[in-house]
Write a protein that binds this ligand. Structure first.
Ligand code: GLA
Length: 398
């Protein structure tokens, strides 16, 4: 980290001038979701973990109300006015930051201007929540410096930063996402997954004791074009399913309040077969998260792997958000010896699969799956052996 931050401080001074002495550094990670897909916005349980791939912000507070943004991997330079954020809504880059500033101010935070340089190691568009990493890092940095401006030296509450970041994405960026990504980015803990109840935000950390296994992320490199509109379409479909079912089960507030038994008894109340498939995925996936936790707590990684496979099949056949590339990566992974589980992770329509692989078989996995996937799709994939890291924080260097 030291080497990276030194490089970034130097780059910051080249862009904005001044000395490196008054610079602050904040970081927030991307995430992988182990199981519980497309159910966070249905009040379900999810099991994400924060990555060590992250967004780092180097920042210097300004005396005015301007926020200037730059990134290490983009030519764009953006200037935001904290008193007039609306025009930033249509920016391709900078809209997340503007949305976060807007929601912080709406929640009553006093903000001060800043120059900021962003450095992301979370690959963009790979389904690993590079956007949540940017949002949560921005929220934490702006809230913390805002507090200090008012004379209070305290860290912002990470859960609140997650909620504010989600609202930014919902209200400013137009994606009806759930809370999972921002929560994982804010609350991640090294070597642990987070079992999160998305309806109450109760959570607990689950130690990831993988023994002879490791987690490998396989990036399909399929561009996630149209992903946001498809995502909102799924959100609308399950909302419709909930409306219909509530006529018969008035006690449910969310689809994930239903048990598999309720599903059996009431699914025929939904006429549209598409909505029926979506609802079936949601209820059964939520049940699968509970079974997965039991398996993980017994250290039965093999059984957890089986649930991962079921989860992929469900999201492929019932929720229909995978596509040929994710399915090819899933199939090629399962054909390799030493793989106990594989599934797509994140929103889908491209992005990554998550794989549980015997450590000794990791090199073989990367070379064989890489070759076979490329042969099938014409795309050159990327692989990351995954380390689980901490959530949002200020990095204080001595
Ligand atoms: C995206 C969203 C999350 C969640 C996942 C699917 O990552 O941001 O809220 O819905 O898709 O599980």
């Amino acid at each position: 980290m030291q080497e990276r931050t030194e490089r970034l401080k130097k780059m910051f001074c080249e862009i904005y001038g001044g000395s490196p002495d008054d610079l602050r550094i904040f970081a927030s990670p991307g995430r992988v979701n182990l199981i519980g897909e497309h159910i966070d916005y249905c009040g379900g349980f999810v099991l994400p973990a924060a990555l060590t791939l992250d967004t780092v912000i180097v920042m210097r507070v300004r005396k005015d109300r301007k926020i200037r943004l730059a990134a290490t991997d983009l030519p764009d330079r953006v200037e935001l006015d904290l008193d007039n954020l609306e025009p930033a809504r249509n920016l391709k880059w900078g809209n997340y930051q503007a949305g976060v500033a807007d929601e912080l101010q709406k929640a009553g935070y006093t903000l001060v201007g800043a120059d900021m340089l962003y450095d992301d190691t979370v690959p963009h568009g790979a389904g690993l929540s590079s956007s949540a990493a940017i949002e949560v890092a921005t929220a934490f940095a702006l809230a913390k410096t805002g507090f200090e401006h008012g004379g209070i030296d305290k860290n912002p509450d990470p859960v609140e930063m997650a909620l504010i970041s989600r609202r930014a994405e919902n209200n400013f960026c137009g994606v009806s996402c759930g809370i999972m990504d921002q929560f994982a980015s804010a609350m991640g803990k090294k070597d642990h997954a987070i079992l999160l109840n998305c309806s109450t935000l109760e959570y607990r950390y689950v130690p990831l004791r993988l023994g002879k296994y490791c987690i490998i992320l396989a990036d399909t490199k399929k561009k996630r074009s149209l992903a946001d509109s498809k995502y909102n379409e799924r959100f609308a479909e399950v909302s419709k399913g909930l409306r219909i079912l509530r006529n018969h089960l008035p006690q449910i507030n969310n689809l994930c309040d239903m048990t598999p038994e309720d599903l059996k008894n009431h699914i025929d109340k939904i006429e549209d077969p598409v909505i029926r498939r979506r609802v079936e995925h949601v209820v059964m996936e939520n049940a699968r998260v509970h079974k997965s936790i039991e398996a993980l707590e017994k250290n039965d990684i093999g059984l957890f792997g089986e649930y991962m496979k079921e989860a992929h099949e469900s999201i492929r056949d019932l929720y229909e958000v995978t596509g040929p590339e994710l399915d090819a990566m899933f199939e090629e992974a399962l054909a390799v010896p030493g793989v106990v589980g594989a599934r797509m992770t994140g929103a889908g329509f491209g992005g990554c699969t998550v794989n549980i692989v015997e450590r000794d078989a990791a090199d073989e996995f990367i070379s064989v799956v890489g070759k076979n996937y490329e042969k099938r799709t014409g795309l050159k994939p990327a692989f990351y052996i995954c380390d689980i890291g901490d959530g949002v924080r200020e990095i204080v260097l001595r």
